[in-house]
Design a protein around this ligand. Structure first.
Ligand code: G
Ligand code: G
Ligand code: MN
Ligand code: NA
Length: 254
């Protein structure tokens, strides 16, 4: 409750900001986009990561306001980056369950895209399995509407849940994000490597893009490339940072 109050005043004071982590094409390391990640710029404690406040935020009314703020920031940034790079740059945004459940979410997303002048296929909404499994038909219809607009839909943290296979056909997905738990030991653990290979095969057969998360070492990247994984994200390529840092990364790496 105390935390919820603190979050409310943080929102009123404009202390939330959005950081961006690069996503790259493994074949040549070219940046293809970024994932938007929420941060709280605390006046005395410095930059606070979501691990410390996400549980309180997602249960509060504030989640939809902050969620809209992230979508709007991400759309504006991606439009700028695309113009600067002269090619489309994609941005991924994690959805709160409360956003997912909202009847007018597709219209809100459409408005953010229009205001930013961003092409819908440059926005990808990331959804975790627990949100998908607890969803009703109306929520799925809304995701289909978003997909019809042209927005990408990513299955986040893929492989860690329980009902993952059925969801692949129930949802209009465009992307699978392989959870970093399987990437961490991919060079030593044959089981993890097998899981990653299977997710890549699943992705190919369904026609999804597959992004490996949590790539921290050159060896992991080499292994993923050898398995024909096309895109990756992780500390090896870049940590989450302010939008200006991603713009600089784009400028160097493109
Ligand atoms: O950035 P970091 O690794 O600390 O993020 C921790 C968790 O918080 C991740 O699971 C991430 O998906 C989630 N998260 C970060 N930013 C957002 C956001 O803007 N919206 C939602 N719903 N989740 C976020
Ligand atoms: O759940 P989701 O995938 O949205 O969470 C993204 C989180 O993963 C962010 O908090 C981000 O800081 C973290 N992250 C990104 N890259 C790496 C990495 O290479 N290693 C580790 N351990 N965490 C990472
Ligand atoms: Mn994510
Ligand atoms: Na993830």
């Amino acid at each position: 409750q105390e935390l919820e109050f603190a979050l409310k005043s943080a929102w009123d004071r404009g202390e939330f900001e959005v950081h961006y982590q690069p996503q790259i094409r493994l074949s040549d390391g070219a940046p293809v986009g970024a994932e938007a990640l929420l941060r709280w710029r605390h006046p005395t404690r410095g930059l606070v990561l979501p691990g410390l406040f996400m549980h309180a935020l997602q249960d509060s009314e504030l989640a939809t306001l902050v969620g809209d703020f992230v979508i709007e920031d991400a759309c504006r940034r991606a439009a700028e980056w695309g113009r600067a790079a002269g090619r489309p740059i994609r941005v991924g945004v994690n959805l709160f369950e409360r956003q997912f459940m909202r009847a007018d979410q597709p219209e809100r997303v459409e408005r953010a895209l229009a205001d930013a002048g961003l092409s819908p296929d440059c926005l990808e909404l990331e959804i975790i399995e627990t949100i998908m499994t607890s969803s009703d038909e109306a929520s799925i219809r809304r995701v289909r509407r978003l997909r019809d607009i042209g927005v990408g839909i990513a299955f986040d943290d893929y492989g860690t849940g329980y009902a993952s296979l059925g969801l692949l056909k129930r949802y209009p997905l465009t992307t699978l994000k392989i959870d970093r738990a399987f990437v961490r030991d991919i060079t030593e653990d044959k089981g993890d490597r097998t899981i990653v290979e299977l997710v890549l095969t699943l992705g190919r057969r369904f026609g999804f893009r597959v992004v490996a998360e949590g790539v921290e070492t050159r060896e992991q990247a080499d292994m993923l490339r050898a398995l024909d994984c096309e895109e990756a994200q992780g500390f090896l390529f870049g940590r989450p940072g302010p939008a200006t840092a991603f713009a600089a990364f784009l400028n160097d790496g493109a």
